[in-house]
Design a protein around this ligand. Structure first.
Ligand code: PLP
Length: 367
């Protein structure tokens, strides 16, 4: 063997600060057990178990046959950016131009790129906890200070705006909001969003509003901070196709932000993936412009499963579980075993630990 193979791996120091999303680690372990012939019901990874609706698959296949197999612009195909601008404009009741839209491979790169572009050492970034683990991972990675704002069960996992306000200071560069929220299913109400905007006031603080579950709300409506007067210019809206249209494997999401920031985020795309797959983007146009019934069917099914799962959990001695108002997880509380349970299937054999345990959770059990 070559001598270099035995030498120490000299990783950059920042790699020690990079976290992970443990659901993907559990998935690898579960797949390995499956390959050995063990029966596994997957509740670890957060994705719809439905197939992508037929009209979207057909549009993707058609695009392949028509030659959408080449590089495209880093910010996304103009046709898709126009459709997204119109969709976000209508759903968030703001005026959006295609220049404010950047299409990326999944919603996740918008988290990665936004934090990379805006936060650095000396900055503070406020993020929800428990929350999607990539927020904390990326804040630490860029050397900024991660400032958690607790989500409390007694508030149905809506954040306490007074607590948020107390965390804002001159070093706050970015606030991350997520509604409907992963993993708790908490949904911010209009009054919460208004109060958050008031707490930010006229400070030059950016808000990354992760709204990837905006179409998976069971009770009430979706409210975006982008809709509030004076907030659009400071908001980076994250949304995508993965959850709404069961397109997790297609890898496509987008950010909507002020055009000068969009240019920088597109430059990060040029430096990383070059562009999102072109045929995927054509399928994205069909997703947003085609029939929407499949979205309603999936949401109704998730709601049914939620009710079964939460009802069942609340019957177990020592467990309590709030009814999530959105998306497809439940967050039961237990003295013995805090866990995030997916409502994707009614039976659980493979679950992910709460994202609050992201740093230490080597202890997933697959039974
Ligand atoms: C809150 C939240 N934001 C973003 C993402 C990333 O979505 P995508 O798969 O489109 O990258 C996820 C995925 O689980 C999520 O839960």
């Amino acid at each position: 063997m070559h001598k270099a193979a035995h030498e120490e791996l000299r990783l950059a120091k920042r790699m020690a600060r990079l976290g992970t999303e443990t659901a993907f680690e559990v998935l690898v372990k579960a797949k390995a057990l499956e390959a050995q012939g063990r029966g596994i019901i997957h509740l670890e990874i957060g994705e719809p178990d439905f197939d992508t609706p037929r009209n979207i698959v057909d549009a993707g296949c058609d695009a392949l046959h028509k030659g959408f197999t080449h590089y495209g612009p880093s910010a996304g195909l103009m046709e898709l950016r126009q459709v997204i601008a119109q969709y976000v404009g209508e759903t968030r009741r703001v005026n959006v131009t295609p220049e404010e839209v950047v299409v990326v491979p999944g919603g996740k790169p918008i988290i990665f790129f936004t934090i990379l572009a805006l936060a650095e050492e000396g900055d503070e970034v406020i993020y929800p906890n428990p929350g999607f683990p990539i927020y904390e991972s990326m804040i630490n990675y860029v050397g900024a200070k991660a400032v958690p704002v607790r989500l409390r069960e007694e508030l149905d996992f809506r954040l306490d705006v007074n607590e948020l306000a107390a965390l804002i200071n001159d070093r706050t560069k970015l606030i991350i909001l997520n509604s409907p929220q992963n993993p708790t299913g908490g949904v911010l109400e209009k009054k919460d969003i208004d109060a958050i905007a008031r707490a930010i006031g006229d400070r030059n603080i950016a808000v990354l509003s992760d709204e990837i579950y905006s179409r998976l709300i069971f009770d009430g409506e979706h409210h975006s901070i982008m809709s509030i007067d004076g907030m659009k210019e400071r908001t980076i809206l994250l949304d995508g196709f993965s959850k709404t249209y069961a397109m997790t494997g297609w890898r496509m999401g987008y950010g909507v932000m002020r055009p000068d920031l969009a240019t920088h985020i597109a430059r990060l795309m040029t430096n990383s993936s070059s562009c999102t797959a072109s045929f995927t983007q054509i399928a994205g146009i069909e997703a947003l412009c085609g029939p929407q019934e499949s979205v309603d069917v999936m949401r109704a099914e998730f709601q049914k499963r939620r009710d079964i799962m939460v009802g069942g959990l609340n019957k177990i001695k020592g467990f309590s579980c709030r009814l999530p108002k959105g998306h497809f997880w439940t967050t039961p509380a237990s003295q013995r075993c805090p866990a995030r349970l997916s409502a994707i299937s009614a039976k659980a054999t493979c679950v992910s630990a709460s994202p609050t345990q992201s740093k230490t959770s080597k202890k997933h059990s697959i039974e």
